[in-house]
Design a protein around this ligand. Structure first.
Ligand SMILES: Cc1ncc(COP(=O)(O)O)c(C=O)c1O
Length: 423
């Protein structure tokens, strides 16, 4: 083996994990999927887009087919200012950096902020794609305890202090305060200024992932961490969940000191985000009615959750525990008796039901007795009937069964996890 064959630390972070195939399985026909956090296409009116795209493409000089501005299209940046006006009225368009989705912003900002060995604090269970980016950056990832009201400030204080004592630079907190992925919880409003203050005092920057923030079931936008201190917080937003993820348009509002750096790095990453897609995202706001459109889709997600909760209630004999989400796409289910979520998934796959086991959301891949169920995508009727038909039979005897189906499908199954735990 030559040194060129040695995987880099970056490459190792992205080596397929045993559960990587779960999303492919979810896409295969015949599965009822509670796996992916996909928006429901039926809840967003995109009928206007084809005509608008044709009009944009007919412009003299084909500006839609040229490179765009590295910071983002002016119209898109203005539209984002309008979307965020309920957070702070003093946001200027030139403080907005457009990205190819919030994911692209997470990638660029993580690479800019985190050096190997830096302490990065995350919610106890968090977004797996961000965990990969943090692994790739060589971060020392520190999960911070969360409860039904989100990140626990006292636990954050203790973790920041401990990192300081150990001589690790407390570099960054990555958190999803609203309608958290995966837990569905919302950071209590009285905790928000405390979290911002704790990080400021310790010299840690905050990366606030607001991918779901506009989708409050009660229509009330929670105050972002960014609104308390724009110089301490990178605020990331997205058109993916409110309009269409295929457009790949998201954004970051960065502290002034980082603005030029982020723009240069973004520029070297994608030159400019897709110009046509950005213009379509801008039209969504410019054409008016966007507040009501988002409000209506949030109402529909709320109804989805109610249908899902009704199905859960009919099976409360199995002792599932969950917290009602206040918005977004996810419900976190704690299994009774500390059952291993991976084993429950194995059993569910046999019944053509897919969801994500809690272990996927942990930096150490530790066993979890929780599962994430995304209720956003399945149809309302299906939601109740499917869950009833597929979950109920696997619940009562899940602990007795071997994970046959998972092994057959190339998934690891319990033997793998037992080995992993033994290491
Ligand atoms: C927490 C979180 N952040 C970021 C993203 C990526 O969003 P985008 O489609 O804007 O790249 C997702 C997508 O599911 C997500 O769940």
């Amino acid at each position: 083996m030559t040194s060129a064959d040695e995987p880099t630390r970056y490459a190792r972070a992205f080596e397929p994990k045993p559960l990587s195939r779960i999303f492919e399985i979810a896409l295969e026909g015949g599965y009822i999927s509670f796996a992916s956090g996909d928006p429901n296409p039926a809840f967003t009116d995109t009928g206007w887009m084809a005509e608008e795209a044709a009009r944009l493409l007919r412009q003299p000089g084909d500006p839609m087919l040229q490179y765009g501005s590295g910071a983002g299209q002016p119209s898109t940046r203005e539209a984002i200012v309008e979307l965020m006006a309920d957070q702070r009225a003093d946001l200027a368009a030139d403080a907005v950096q457009v990205f190819s989705g919030a994911q692209n912003a997470l990638d660029v900002i993580t690479r800019l902020l985190v050096s190997p060995g830096d302490a990065v604090f995350v919610d106890e269970d968090t977004y797996p794609a961000m965990l990969n980016l943090l692994r790739a950056a060589g971060a020392h990832v520190i999960p911070v305890a969360t409860d039904v009201e989100g990140l626990v400030p006292e636990a954050l204080d203790a973790a920041l202090a401990r990192a300081g004592r150990e001589g690790r630079a407390p570099r960054m907190l990555y958190t999803i305060p609203d309608f958290n992925n995966p837990r569905g919880t919302t950071l209590a409003e009285d905790r928000r200024p405390r979290v911002v203050e704790a990080c400021r005092a310790a010299g840690a920057l905050i990366v606030e992932d607001a991918a779901y923030s506009q989708l409050a079931f009660d229509g009330r936008r929670r105050p972002s961490l960014w609104s308390y201190d724009p110089q301490a917080v990178f605020h990331l937003g997205s058109f993916s969940k409110i309009l269409a993820p295929g457009l790949r348009v998201g954004w970051a509002v960065c502290p002034d000191a980082y603005r030029a750096l982020v723009q240069n790095a973004a520029n070297s990453s994608v030159i400019s985000p897709n110009v046509l897609a950005q213009e379509l995202a801008a039209r969504f706001v410019e054409r008016g009615g966007w507040r009501e459109a988002i409000r209506e889709s949030a109402r529909r997600y709320s109804r989805q959750f109610e249908a899902f909760a009704a199905a859960l209630r009919t099976h409360d004999d199995v002792g599932l525990h969950y917290v009602r989400p206040e918005g977004g796409f996810f419900c976190w289910l704690d299994l009774p008796g500390g059952a291993d979520a991976q084993r429950v998934l194995d059993r569910a796959l046999e019944r053509k039901l897919v969801f994500l086991p809690g272990t996927m959301f942990r930096i150490d891949g530790a066993t979890s007795s929780s599962v994430r169920a995304a209720f956003s995508f399945e149809t309302e009727e299906h939601l109740d009937g499917a869950w009833r038909a597929s979950w109920a039979p696997c619940a009562p005897n899940w602990r007795a069964k071997t994970p046959q189906a998972a092994a057959e499908r190339g998934l690891p199954g319990a033997a793998y996890w037992a080995l992993r735990r033994a290491r």
